[in-house]
Design a protein around this ligand. Structure first.
Ligand code: SAM
Ligand code: SF4
Length: 332
């Protein structure tokens, strides 16, 4: 049982941690090409991240996801993952997982399994190498596909995350479904969220998943299932492949009532809601004392003001993002 209960009676069981704001890709919906990153001294050390995660686990977090930026490009990241694995062994933590762009998976898949990681999310928006280069700016599809093979070989269960983008991959969703079915991957489609300044206009990219669903329904046997993770995804079973298809629709569907999660940045800032600015600084209490009393109190205080829900909207008149921070800060 968690002892982190927010003012709306929701228990917090799930912590997502952005371990770095840096990335070896520059996906067009996520980052601008000339991103400036945090000075190293502001970023928590791996030991500090371990201490923070462990405090949350002690308080009742059962599921921990490492994300970024790209988690696997942080130097020595496997030492943190190995260390966090001790909470799986003790039974305090049920699930240790990560969201990755897959570029480093060939190197790390076996070691991840050895640390107790059982499943990972890998982001792939297209299976066309040229389009992949276009959307990630710096990515290489072959490298990611090799990483995916290594992940499956190592025994990791893979879920593919695909951001649905108008005039980009809307014609490829069938192919993605088939590819995922053939390889034993689940698939989750994500609507673009208005987070952070990017080059270009988000209104051009926004593709409502309600449209995608209507279109898929004409060719695939999709059955709503009651599979819930406490997160924003709604799931359907794909009759033809036997796989799960999730849809994350922050813009068209309100999913806040069952929210069980909070998000920590690599500077130790805790966001109680992805779509709100309110945040709590945990780095100061962490660094102020070697004992965890101050930190525990700061976490309790933060959970005590977790907001009821988000208010995403792409502002059509100003084209400004409703959230100034980039997704790479909180990791999605
Ligand atoms: N680098 C890793 C990756 O790409 O999987 C982890 C971090 S990335 C920020 C996490 C997820 O957020 C990815 O699936 C990415 O496609 C998604 N994402 C990034 N910016 C987004 C946006 N503005 N709207 C919706 N999804 C976004
Ligand atoms: Fe990097 Fe992931 Fe953002 Fe793409 S979505 S730029 S891979 S952090």
């Amino acid at each position: 049982m968690t002892n982190m209960i927010d003012p709306f009676g929701r228990g917090v069981h799930y912590l997502r941690v952005s371990v770095t704001d840096r990335c070896d890709f520059r996906c067009v919906y996520c980052m601008s090409e000339d991103m400036s990153f945090l000075p190293k001294k502001e970023v928590l050390s791996l030991e500090e991240l371990d201490r923070l995660c462990s405090a949350f686990i002690r308080k009742g977090v059962r599921k921990l996801r490492l994300t970024g930026g790209e988690p696997l490009v942080r130097r020595n990241i496997m030492s943190l993952i190995r260390s966090l694995g001790r909470h799986l062994e003790s039974g305090a933590l049920e699930d240790l997982t990560l969201t990755t762009n897959g570029s480093q998976l060939s190197r790390f898949a076996d070691e991840l399994v050895d640390c107790g990681v059982k499943r990972i999310n890998v982001s792939v928006d297209t299976l066309d190498p040229d389009k992949f280069k276009k959307i990630t700016r710096w990515g290489n599809l072959d490298k990611v596909l090799a990483g995916l093979k290594a992940a499956t070989k190592a025994g990791l269960h893979v879920k593919i995350n695909t951001v649905a983008l108008k005039n980009f991959n809307d014609g490829e969703i069938d192919q993605m479904l088939r590819w995922c079915g053939d390889n034993g991957y689940d698939l989750t489609l994500i609507e673009t969220m208005p987070m952070g300044e990017i080059t270009g206009d988000r209104n051009d990219q926004y593709l409502p998943l309600s449209e995608v669903r209507r279109d898929l329904d004409s060719r695939w046997t999709l059955t709503d299932i009651d599979y819930k993770t406490g997160g924003p995804a709604r799931y359907v079973h794909v009759g033809e492949t036997g796989a799960k298809l999730g849809m994350i629709t922050p813009m068209t569907h309100n999913f806040c009532e069952s929210c069980n999660r909070v998000r920590l940045t690599c500077t130790g800032t805790l966001y109680m809601c992805l779509g709100q600015d309110d945040a709590a600084d945990l780095r100061s209490p962490l660094r102020a004392s070697e004992a965890d009393g101050l930190l525990d109190a700061a976490i309790d205080e933060a959970i005590g003001r977790k907001p009821k829900g988000h208010d995403f909207i792409i502002d059509r008149s100003t084209k400004a993002p409703s959230q100034k921070r980039h997704m790479s800060v909180t990791g999605g």
